[in-house]
Design a protein around this ligand. Structure first.
Ligand SMILES: Nc1ncnc2c1ncn2[C@@H]1O[C@H](COP(=O)(O)OP(=O)(O)OP(=O)(O)O)[C@@H](O)[C@H]1O
Ligand SMILES: O=P(O)(O)OC[C@H]1O[C@](O)(CO)[C@@H](O)[C@@H]1O
Ligand SMILES: [Mg+2]
Length: 518
């Protein structure tokens, strides 16, 4: 099924976007997208939409929302010409690139947008769409004018080096850009470290390595110093690779760059093995992390099945979102219970974890439990002293739920010699994110990086590039940072997991009185 909505003449289901909504190649047409120049209010820079989280209120650019027929909505991304008038544009050099010569339609039609939801009702509105990513006929930079930079922030994720490599090579091979700077060690590297010159030769082999050759960090976000550095170094394309926190920072950098009137595009590439960034299908590295988690689960299964009443317990990453644990469980088939932050569980009483463990051990003699690091934190905070600590970026530091639950299970079954169990705890958390990306993720990294480069060259800014319903899109920062993506336990996917493991849903926690009576 083609999920791209093209407003062209051969499109049946979707009529053409209003003329003023389709940025034609010329700079002045992009400018037409400002609210003041529009007839009939077709495009709104809607003031009722939530503002970006930081930055001065007066200067905060409003989201660009385009309304079309039958409830069609385009949540568009900013363009340099929104705030720099009369910006010259140029023919895209890809026109003469042999790699693209054989492609029938190598430039993305400006009417192409991608729906956020592909499951629709016959009479429902067409809904929210995002601008399709890819090369445009016109670019707003000449090759020798570009001075790009790349920064990686937040935790590690498989594929970071591949994204870096493909931005450098994409800029060089497709657009003839020679000047790309690596920012050393995350946001703070903008103002506290020297830059690293990145050429195709320097990055040639890096995709085979885990981590990031640029280094990363948490904290150190000082807006003025970062944008001063961008301005002083004459950087005009900023590629920011990182998770939800990083994208929040990128959104504010974009606002400040715009407030200063700089001709510099700010583009985010979403990185999160936790999959906590909304809108996008998934981040690069997620697939690799889930695959690597299988090795730990397999080991837990081998240990558990090799001894009487063996329990293999595996802790996986997932601070507030349990996607890795859920997918690793669904992939494995050896997991009997998956515990995630979104689904509170309880230990004692009917329907509780202990009762389920006992039942499983009696039935099959072994059991595998997968727990996400953010699961059960509400029980932990009741039973252990709250740590009340935050990391340098402001993320809450958790108790080690894996250690705690291992001890709790041992204590429960050891008490009054209830049952002799053998529990083995495996903590592969950093192993699943410190490895190089697998083949599927490498492809994803490459496409994301190329799309980011095409968007920046075409003058699009203030957005994150991401996969929406398997199509690459430019998604405005405000959509990416407004909330965290979490497993919805009332959705089908969690129900599928429950039916695969057969674990309790933990939805009906008995009251204290009922527990006592029981
Ligand atoms: N609200 C915010 N505004 C500005 N900068 C932020 C904000 N939140 C986080 N940052 C900065 O973004 C960088 C990365 O943030 P964080 O450590 O939370 O990781 P992340 O990008 O969320 O990635 P992950 O969660 O996958 O590790 C840090 O330098 C942090 O200071
Ligand atoms: O120990 P660090 O580097 O802060 O990273 C741990 C966090 O990183 C994440 O993997 C997100 O990148 C979380 O799941 C985890 O809580
Ligand atoms: Mg984060």
């Amino acid at each position: 099924m083609d999920v791209v909505c093209n407003g062209g003449s051969n499109s049946v289901a979707f009529s053409k976007l209003p003329a003023s909504a389709s940025p034609a190649p010329a700079a002045s047409d992009h400018k037409n997208q400002s609210s003041s120049s529009l007839p009939n209010g077709v495009i709104n820079q809607v003031s009722s939409k939530k503002k970006l989280s930081m930055g001065s209120t007066n200067d905060t650019p409003q989201p660009k929302i385009v309304h079309g027929e039958l409830g069609y909505v385009l949540e568009d991304v900013p363009h340099l010409t929104d705030y720099i008038p009369n910006l010259p544009n140029y023919t895209n050099p890809l026109q003469d690139n042999p790699a693209y010569a054989a492609v029938r339609q190598y430039f993305v039609d400006d009417d192409d947008t991608v729906p956020l939801k592909v499951v629709v009702h016959a009479n429902g509105p067409r809904g929210i769409h995002f601008r399709r990513a890819g090369p445009r006929q016109k670019v707003y930079f000449q090759s020798d004018e570009v001075n790009a930079c790349i920064v990686t922030c937040g935790g590690l994720c498989p594929g970071l080096n591949t994204v870096i490599r493909e931005i450098v090579c994409g800029l060089n091979y497709m657009y003839g850009v020679k000047s790309v700077l690596g920012i050393d060690g995350g946001y703070r590297g903008f103002y506290s470290r020297n830059t690293i010159s990145l050429t195709p030769k320097v990055v040639n082999d890096i995709h085979k390595r885990g981590g990031t050759i640029l280094g990363t960090s948490r904290g150190g976000y000082e807006l003025k110093k970062i944008v001063d550095s961008i301005q002083d170094r004459g950087i005009n394309q900023v590629y920011i690779i990182g998770g939800d926190g990083t994208q929040k920072g990128a959104a504010v950098i974009y606002e400040e760059v715009r407030r200063r009137g700089l001709k510099a595009t700010v583009v985010g590439v979403p990185k999160t093995i936790d999959n906590d960034i909304p809108v996008i299908d998934r981040s690069f590295g997620f697939d690799t992390a889930v695959e690597e988690a299988q090795r730990a689960i397999n080991a837990a299964h081998v240990e558990a099945t090799s001894i009487e009443n063996g329990i293999g317990l595996v802790k996986l990453m997932g601070r507030n979102s349990g996607f890795i644990a859920m997918h690793a469980t669904l992939a494995s088939r050896d997991v009997d219970c998956c515990l995630i932050p979104e689904s509170p569980f309880y230990l004692e009483g009917p329907g509780g974890l202990y009762e389920y463990i006992e039942k499983r051990l009696k039935e099959q003699g072994h059991m595998v439990i997968v727990i996400a690091e953010g699961a059960g934190q509400e029980i932990l905070s009741q039973r252990l002293q709250s740590i009340d600590q935050k990391d340098a970026s402001g993320n809450k530091v958790f108790h080690d739920v894996g250690l705690w639950i291992s001890q709790s299970i041992k204590d429960y079954f050891g008490k009054e010699q209830r049952m002799a169990i053998n529990l083995k705890y495996i903590d592969p958390t950093y192993m699943i994110r410190a490895i190089p990306s697998n083949a599927a993720d490498n492809v994803q990294c490459t496409l994301l990086a190329q799309c980011a480069v095409h968007g920046a060259m075409a003058g699009y800014t203030g957005h994150t590039v991401g996969l929406v319903n398997t199509r690459h899109c430019y998604i405005p920062f405000n959509r990416i940072i407004e909330k965290q993506n979490q497993v919805v336990i009332t959705d089908r996917m969690w129900a599928r997991l429950l039916s695969s493991t057969n674990q309790p849903s933990f939805l009906e926690k008995p009251s204290k009185d009922a527990e006592k009576e029981g």
